[in-house]
Design a protein around this ligand. Structure first.
Ligand code: SF4
Ligand code: SF4
Length: 80
């Protein structure tokens, strides 16, 4: 179910599961994910298409997809 004012995008990168391998950065064609301090974070969430490539490639199942509010998505940078 799609809720008005929301869109599908990566909802979280769990810093406790992430081992900093960088695979998700390579997987994302939209340059959404960057590395900082050995962890992946959502640097450009506004560019996420919800394609799930990063989720499929992450060896630690650290990335989850979900309904994200449009305002949060357009804000872009998300630290977690
Ligand atoms: S692929 Fe998974 S474990 Fe590797 S950096 Fe990305 S989120 Fe972390
Ligand atoms: S779901 Fe697709 S567009 Fe979004 S961060 Fe992952 S690989 Fe990039």
């Amino acid at each position: 179910m799609i809720v008005l004012g929301t869109t599908i995008a990566i909802d979280e990168i769990d810093p406790y599961r992430c081992i900093g391998c960088g695979v998700c950065v390579q997987s994302c064609q939209n340059d959404v994910i960057r590395m900082k301090g050995g962890k992946a974070y959502r640097a450009h969430l506004e560019e996420c298409s919800g394609c799930t490539f990063c989720i499929e490639d992450c060896p630690r199942e650290a990335i989850s997809l979900g309904l994200v509010s449009e305002s949060k998505k357009q804000k872009g940078y998300q630290t977690k």
